[in-house]
Design a binder for this molecule. Structure first.
Ligand code: SAM
Length: 339
């Protein structure tokens, strides 16, 4: 961080409002909002400075172990688990006893062959057996807009099918993390509404499950969601998909000539888990924040938030998600771009 950034960040720090999570750390944030603070730097160092038990939810998507290196520097598969565990130890420490760590991680192919790597499963096992996390539930992000890759196996030789889910490991510090599925209920589906109209007779299914006549009562406020989280179904997959080309962030990036973050997740993903696992005022941390989708969701839901990213351009552009937030600029050129 150069002095100019530090100076500007220091002035921003003074703008932090009463809720701001920047009060948790002594570092100077790159920007603050009424509920949160975003920091430029290595999250491993940042995590080490956070007090023990101070975070209610860590929601993140780190760089995956891909053999195509992305712009922000993915680690090779062979080294990935060791690399990640160094962060995970600190994550475990900073989580509250009833806190959760939700990790979005994509699968990948082994180099040069049409077989899948086990790296994300190996990571999961070590997070539980070595670091001490509990696997609260394995969830999935259904992303129909994922590219049909590797082209060699999917579109050229036609030997594999399109990959359209990513893993979302919901881990927790204790076996009983704070969670309330009533905070993520969905409207009842047509089948459930029809059932409620017709009524259900008490019966035992061939599977042995007893269906009570109360099964058809739809007075619980909504249906309990499955562990597959979907983005809104795009009306035009080519232009929308996961990339929500029309959202405020991408619009402002394009207007300012700033590179759009290449690996954003949809707001629906953090939104689901922030609602499920936290209450207003709780602290949500994204240590690999990128365009800070997590922070902007937390802000809207009135949770305090902390975000960290290593790349200045991503972090500064992420302010576009917060409208009127004041910025900090490392150079006058950037100031011109970002204003
Ligand atoms: C998959 S992206 C996250 C994208 C984010 N979920 C979003 O919606 O924009 C991973 C991010 O981790 C950042 N990163 C990689 N290593 C890091 C580190 N040691 N500390 C902080 N950020 C890091 C990268 O710069 C990249 O922006």
């Amino acid at each position: 961080m150069n002095n100019l950034v530090e100076g500007l960040q220091a002035s921003l720090f003074a703008t932090s409002a009463e809720h701001s999570s920047s009060l948790l750390v002594t570092e100077t944030p790159a920007y603050t909002t009424p509920y949160g603070a975003a920091y430029l730097g290595d999250s491993r160092e940042f995590l080490a400075k956070l007090p023990e038990g101070s975070v209610n939810l860590i929601f993140t998507s780190p760089p995956y172990a891909l053999h195509f290196k992305k712009a922000y520097g993915n680690v090779d598969k062979a080294d990935y688990v060791e690399w990640f565990l160094a962060f995970a130890r600190e994550m475990f420490r900073v989580l509250a006893d009833d806190g959760s760590f939700v990790l979005n991680i994509g699968g990948s192919y082994n180099p040069k062959v049409p077989t899948r790597s086990l790296y994300h499963f190996k990571l999961l096992i070590r997070l539980v057996e070595e670091i001490g996390f509990h696997l609260a539930q394995e969830c999935f992000w259904y992303n129909p807009a994922k590219m049909p890759v590797p082209a060699e196996w999917v579109t050229v030789r036609r030997q594999r099918i399109r990959d359209s889910v990513e893993y979302v490991w919901w881990l927790s510090k204790s076996p009983f993390p704070k969670a309330d599925n009533r905070q993520v209920l969905r409207p009842y589906g047509k089948d459930m509404l029809r059932l409620a109209q017709r009524g259900v007779r008490s019966t035992v299914r061939p599977s042995g499950h007893a269906i009570r006549s109360s099964f058809d009562k739809i007075d619980n406020g909504g249906s309990i969601p499955p562990n597959v989280i979907e983005d809104e179904i795009p009306t035009d997959m080519l232009t929308l998909g996961n990339n929500s080309a029309n959202d405020i962030y991408t619009k402002r990036c394009k207007e300012s000539g700033i590179k759009i973050h290449p690996a954003r997740f949809p707001a629906a993903l953090p939104e689901f888990f922030v609602k499920l696992l936290t209450n207003e005022g709780d602290v949500v941390l994204d240590p690999f924040a990128g365009s800070n989708t997590t922070g902007s969701v937390a802000e809207q839901l009135e949770r305090r938030w902390l975000a960290v990213d290593l790349v200045e351009e991503y972090l500064l552009a992420s302010r576009f998600r917060f409208g009127g937030v004041e910025g900090s600029y490392s150079t006058p050129e950037r100031a011109g771009l970002l204003r």
